[in-house]
Design a protein around this ligand. Structure first.
Ligand code: BEZ
Length: 225
């Protein structure tokens, strides 16, 4: 199982658009690999349709989505017709690949299986895993949802925006942060450096401890730095 900060494992896979090698396919982009329990299931269909609709957002952020479901390419190709119909789109092809994993080889190696969810033959299905991979192929986020809970893709976009912002500036995003809102100065930045960088934009919240660690600044794109 891959941990945060580790290099995301490379693998070859069959998809609805042919064979791919994950790292080659990602190139220099960010990536999001998300798994599904099974083709032709209701929650999964709504999720894949949502990702179709979110493609312009993923493109804006330089992120390539790729799905995995424990069924064959033939099954994926049929399922894609339902997903496009549910998303009410009539494009040629499909905007992102879906990996086949009937043997569960990839899902097992990535720790995606849910021992509570089994197919008709008693074989575990993959859970709803989300892995965000950065352009250096490092895993930057991992979330595992059970099969019965559909993901919130607004949250996934929000996390990517936070990751990309905090890679660029020495800030961190607070609870429930949304793009454009104020951010926190990272604890590793000294007060001197923070004052020099942010001047009057820096607000330090007074706390009972007297420690000046809660330092708020506007979203860096709103500053002339
Ligand atoms: C679904 O996608 O709807 C689903 C799949 C497996 C178990 C429960 C729900």
């Amino acid at each position: 199982m891959v941990l945060l900060g580790e290099k995301f494992p490379n693998f070859d896979a069959n998809t609805n658009v042919g064979k791919i090698n994950l790292h080659e396919w990602l190139g220099n982009s960010w990536g999001i690999l998300f798994s599904h329990p099974h083709d032709f299931t209701p929650v999964c269909t709504t999720e894949l349709a949502r990702v179709v609709k979110l493609m312009p957002e993923f493109q804006r952020l330089g992120v390539k989505p790729i799905a995995l479901s424990c069924n064959s390419v033939d099954s994926h190709v049929e399922w894609i017709k339902d997903i496009k119909s549910y998303a009410r789109v009539s494009m040629d092809g499909f905007p992102y690949p879906i990996i086949e994993d009937e043997s569960r080889k990839i899902a097992t190696s990535l720790g995606m299986l849910d021992s509570d969810e089994k197919d008709q033959n008693g074989i575990p299905l993959s859970a709803r895993a989300v892995f965000i991979i950065d352009p250096t192929k490092k895993m930057r986020l991992s979330i595992l949802y059970p099969a019965t809970t559909g993901r919130n893709f607004n949250e996934i976009i929000r996390v990517i925006e936070s990751l990309q912002l905090t890679d660029q500036y020495k800030v961190a995003t607070p609870v429930d942060w949304k793009k454009g809102e104020d951010v926190m100065v990272q604890p590793t930045v000294s007060d001197e450096e923070a004052k020099k960088t942010y001047a009057d934009s820096l607000k330090t919240i007074k706390l009972p401890s007297g420690k000046p660690y809660l330092r708020i600044v506007p979203h860096p794109c709103d500053l002339t730095m």
